[in-house]
Design a protein around this ligand. Structure first.
Ligand code: FAD
Length: 498
């Protein structure tokens, strides 16, 4: 309620925010989570919480009137559709040189992501965050995160004959034939449920293409794991449909201003509360935008200069290959990827490329990949006083590194297989999906913009605890690392700051 006094306020209900809320509550602290998106618990008129993939409606996108699919083209045309403007679950946020996909709602990115739960190789983690004790991460916090997230492994015997993973077996075969290593990837999607989907004994979700607009079944998203545990303590309250707009010091802590919105995105009321502690968990983009704006507007003038810097796209680039007729990828494809090509040891251009599904219900002969590369380029957020918004100066050309690294894998595979790249998936005559990312990272980097545990220097009681702490790259898909780092940091904060 307006004017309320709150012991701990968490901005955002993604991975960082969920971990913070649970651990603070277990330590006896009353927590309020403020989330700009919806609580995805009430079915629509079709009886489903999330909308159908092939017939998207307003539930699909955050306040857009047309869908903006990552792989938005096929065979010469765009297959985006007009939709009703609504506070849908997937945001495609456009900056000048990159659009950034993010989850919106209670559970953040966990509502829309591919569920790939990858712990990076230890030597890679150590080089990305050298100030963090890797022994502790691999001995304590990665295991804790994997267990809290409900990570599970595919039954490898089942995989070998499962119809829905034909595309992954073709991807693996081509990698092997060109001499590349590969690995199975754990997931938070319940593989036992998926087996039943394949056997047609339960309602299909991953096998019905559901993923980026939410899964109606099978997915262990944060609302079913960390957030369920957090609210189960009786000490955590979640306030959806409230957008935090400002944070500034005041007597007894920080004044947090917010707009309550309706499902068209209009502000229906403006509120402010006073919180003793504030945890920024609005994601790499959300947290960076807020802090950069607060510094520029003089609400948090003493924030370090490192705030807003060191942002990267996890080296993301997508590409498709056109297979021969004898290498069909299958009409039925699980939307949850389960293996990746590991070329990270290639010093000429390291890459980890997940073999991605292209679930259209038709045989497309497309092998699709999302490559995570070691793109060293970084960008910076700045406040634009003309528009009152925060800009990000990433240029699409900065992703050439990712294309070059991906080509080290796929040029070789194409040569060996006698195949070519698809040029119709990311635009008309456009081979590379190089202008968007699913993995925004950095902007408020650990041990640069914060102390070594996410404390904001100069502002006692302010913390950053999400993907903005990680300097632009994790070498693999990021959410397990975001969760493990949050577990590490909150343990230190609970021990020393309460
Ligand atoms: P988020 O999960 O983004 O949570 C931030 C929350 O804060 C959001 O709910 C947002 O609505 C809210 N928020 C933002 N600003 C405000 C504000 N001002 N006021 C109130 N609330 C606010 N990662 C993997 O590891 N494996 C995958 O398979 C994978 N697949 C992906 C597929 C897609 C389509 C996408 C979009 C992402 C994928 N990711 C994947 C990335 C992963 O989801 C993110 O890295 C992760 O969610 C980031 O966690 P976070 O805690 O930093 O922030």
């Amino acid at each position: 309620a307006d004017g309320e006094k709150i012991p701990a306020l968490v901005i955002g209900s993604g991975y960082g925010g969920s971990v913070a809320a649970l651990r603070l509550a277990q330590a006896g602290v009353e927590v309020t989570i403020v989330e700009m998106g919806m609580s995805w618990t009430t079915p629509g008129s079709d009886g489903k919480i999330f909308c159908p993939v092939l017939k998207p409606d307003g539930r699909s996108y955050w306040l857009r009137t047309r869908t903006d699919q990552p792989v938005g083209y096929f065979a010469g045309g765009s297959y985006n559709k007009d939709i009703q403007k609504y506070t849908g679950v997937l945001d495609s946020e456009q900056f000048s040189g990159v659009r950034v996909y993010q989850g919106r709602g209670v559970g953040g990115g966990s509502l829309v992501n591919g569920g790939m739960a990858v712990t990076p190789k230890r030597e890679n983690f150590a080089s990305i965050l050298p100030s963090v004790n890797a022994d502790e991460m691999y001995g304590t916090y990665y295991p804790r995160a994997n267990s809290g997230l409900g990570v599970n492994h595919i039954d490898q015997n089942w995989f070998e004959s499962a119809e829905c993973y034909g595309f992954a077996r073709v991807g693996r075969k081509h990698a092997e034939r060109s001499g590349f290593g590969w690995t199975f990837v754990p997931n938070v999607y319940d593989f036992e449920y998926m087996k039943k989907e394949q056997a047609k004994t339960v309602t299909r979700s991953a096998l019905d293409g559901e993923v980026i607009y939410g899964n109606n079944h099978g997915k262990r998203s944060l609302d079913k794991t960390y957030l369920a545990a957090a609210t189960g303590t009786g000490k955590v309250r979640i306030t959806p449909m409230h957008v935090v707009t400002a944070v500034s010091p005041t007597d007894g802590g920080y004044r947090v201003e917010m707009n309550q919105i309706d499902t068209s995105g209009n502000t229906v009321s403006v509120k402010s509360v006073v919180a003793e502690k504030v945890f920024f968990a609005a994601g790499s983009i959300g947290t960076s935008k807020l802090l950069v704006a607060m510094k520029a507007q003089g609400k948090l003038p003493d924030l370090p200069d490192a705030v807003g810097k060191n942002w990267g796209n996890n080296g993301n680039v997508m590409v498709g290959r056109a297979n021969h007729m004898w290498d069909g990828t299958g009409k039925l494809q699980s939307s949850m990827p389960c293996l990746g090509i590991d070329n990270w040891s290639d010093t000429g251009g390291p890459a980890f490329a997940e073999v991605a599904p292209f679930p259209s219900g038709l045989e497309t002969y497309v092998s699709l990949y999302l490559a995570i590369t070691k793109n060293p380029n970084r960008a910076q957020f700045t406040f634009n006083s003309g528009t009152g918004k925060v800009d990000l100066n990433w240029q699409t050309s900065q992703n050439q590194y990712a294309i070059d690294a991906a080509k080290r894998i796929f040029d070789k595979i194409n040569k060996k297989e006698g195949t070519i790249y698809r040029t119709d998936l990311f635009g008309v005559y456009k081979t590379w999906g190089d202008d968007f990312t699913y993995h925004p990272l950095g902007g408020c980097v650990l041990n640069e913009a914060t102390d070594n545990y996410g404390r904001v220097p100069g502002y006692q009681g302010l913390y950053v605890i999400d993907g903005s702490l990680i300097p632009g790259n994790t070498s693999v898909n990021p959410f397990v690392t975001i969760t493990a780092l949050a577990e590490r940091n909150i343990e230190n904060i609970v021990a020393n700051d309460l």
